[in-house]
Design a protein around this ligand. Structure first.
Ligand code: UN1
Length: 511
């Protein structure tokens, strides 16, 4: 780093980052003008050099070249890279979690959980490498066999968001690699350090496993680098996580070149609380889902749809629980709610609350900016808010990436479902009830319209084993577990004639 760069990096951070990088055995990256701010105090963690368009092009070319031979490595052997990655992630769980805390502001428990999610998906992917099954179908012709084979797709472009800077990358990358694809990763500009760490560990894993390290490429930079991935014909699949606006920009561009898209966009997740709900359990589930990660998960709980007979009781309990929350520096023990990611996030929260008040909403608690001692004006902390709304107005139907929980009441279950589904987004959902009929109706075809529907747990914190993603403006993609791997491969239908005749399908005779 140059002298000038040293001056811009906030005192204390240079040492801390240096120590973490040494523990991860990562050489200090080239210094540059891309300043990485910590949301904890707005201080500068490091200045990095963004990749030029030519460097992004080289990364794409290398990933495309590596794909030529990587696709021919047997899947269980490809999994060796992912197995080694899991070893390294486990070894460095503490350092990686600390980087997540510094770059995103997550409390250590959640940051560690995010790294755990990476380890879990690696283990899933290793098992998956021996289960990339295709069907065999009964042929209508004698002496014929009909089957499906799944082949690697090509280069996967992963565009990830600031709020899950490493887990979402791992969902995509662990699966893509065992599927025989190569990966070019464009992380959020806010979280390049965690990305650099994961990229270096992955390449180290590739070296240990004797694989071509070009299978993974990292490109750092602004939206320009993302646009380059989106438009490049060499990228077979663009897997993008972020806002609905970002998805609207990416999807038509990828479609225009007949590429594939996997979108994981906004959520405006609700929980229905029925009259029979176990309220103790509901309160715990609701609070974590609504205020965890300071309301900055795409799975965060944003709407509560409560039966009118339990609304007052539940809201009282929630307000009491909210008043006990500790908002502040995530590095301090006992803090449950860390910072918002920056001034825009606070402005969005403030604006949403003003609009909600204008719509007749009553703020039951929170909603103010908090300035924890010693952190200065460059950081944005908010007291999580609960707002009782008379109706599901426009602001409630929008996703505000902040800890605001809107509460609505209902009297009959059909109204609850109509409110629940009456938003453009469709990621995650939950019902708290001990009434089995209600629970089953929530999960039925005319129940929750979301990609994730839970009973008696909150909307966030999904396990990696299930497919993750949602409907409507959430984008329709599925990542992570179950058969989400199919998005990362191409399917071929094979018909094999082992007879001496040539019967045609559909009984056609062409003599
Ligand atoms: C996201 O916010 O983009 O279910 C992902 C959860 C986490 C992943 C969230 N496992 O909350």
């Amino acid at each position: 780093m140059t002298e000038t760069d040293h001056e811009t990096v906030t005192a204390g951070y240079a040492d801390r980052i240096g120590t973490l990088l040494r523990a991860l055995e990562i050489d200090p990256p080239a210094a540059g003008e891309m300043l990485v701010h910590s949301p904890i105090d707005g201080g500068v963690l490091i200045g990095l050099r963004p990749d030029t368009p030519a460097e992004v092009d080289t990364a794409l070319a290398e990933a495309a070249a590596a794909f030529g031979s990587w696709r021919l490595v047997p899947a269980p052997q490809r999994a060796a890279v992912v197995r080694e990655l899991a070893v390294l992630l486990r070894r460095h769980q503490d350092e990686l979690a600390e980087l997540v805390t510094l770059e995103v502001g997550k409390i250590p428990a959640e940051a560690r959980g995010e790294v755990q999610e990476m380890i879990d998906i690696c283990e899933f992917a290793v098992g998956l490498s021996r289960q990339l099954y295709g069907y065999t179908m009964a042929s209508e012709r004698p002496g014929h066999r009909l089957m499906e084979t799944w082949h690697p797709l090509g280069v996967v472009g992963v565009i990830s968001a600031f709020n899950f800077p490493v887990a979402v990358w791992a969902w995509n990358t662990a699966i893509a690699l065992v599927c025989g694809d190569t990966v070019v990763w464009k992380p959020s500009d806010r979280t390049p350090l965690t990305a650099l760490a994961c990229h270096t560990l992955l390449r180290r894993a590739a070296d240990t496993a004797g694989a071509d390290r070009r299978i993974h490429q990292l490109v750092l930079g602004s939206a320009g680098a993302g646009a380059q991935l989106t438009d490049d014909e060499r990228v077979a699949l663009v897997s993008a996580t972020g806002s609905v606006a970002m998805g609207r920009a990416v999807a038509p561009r990828v479609a225009a070149r007949f590429g594939r898209c996997l979108l994981e966009l906004g959520g405006n997740n609700a929980a229905v609380v029925g009259p029979s709900a176990d309220l103790d359990l509901a309160v715990r589930g609701i609070v974590f889902a609504a205020v965890g990660t300071a309301g900055q998960r795409c799975t965060s709980l944003r709407r509560l749809i409560v039966h009118s007979t339990v609304a007052d009781d539940l809201l009282d309990r929630l307000v009491r629980a909210y008043r006990q929350l500790r908002v502040g520096n995530p590095l301090e023990p006992g803090v449950q709610v860390g910072p918002l990611h920056g001034p825009d996030a606070w402005a969005g929260m403030w604006d949403a609350l003003a609009r909600a008040r204008g719509d007749g909403g009553e703020v039951l608690c929170g909603g103010d900016r908090v300035e924890p001692e010693g952190l200065g004006p460059g950081a944005f902390y908010a007291d999580p808010a609960i707002v009782r709304m008379p109706a599901q107005t426009e602001v409630v139907r929008e996703e505000t990436f902040a800890p605001i929980l809107y509460a609505l009441t209902y009297d009959d279950f059909d109204t609850a479902l109509a409110l629940h589904n009456g938003v453009p987004q469709g990621l995650s959902s939950a019902i708290f009830t001990t009434d089995q009929r209600e629970a089953e109706r929530f999960l039925a075809a005319d129940g929750s319209d979301c990609g994730i529907a839970n009973v008696n747990i909150g909307t966030s914190g999904a396990e990696i084993g299930g497919a993750f993603g949602g409907e409507k403006h959430t984008g329709g993609g599925r990542e992570s577990g179950s058969d989400a791997w199919k998005a990362y491969m191409r399917r071929a239908t094979n018909t094999i004639n082992y007879s001496t005749e040539l019967p045609l399908a559909q009984g056609i005779r062409f003599d």
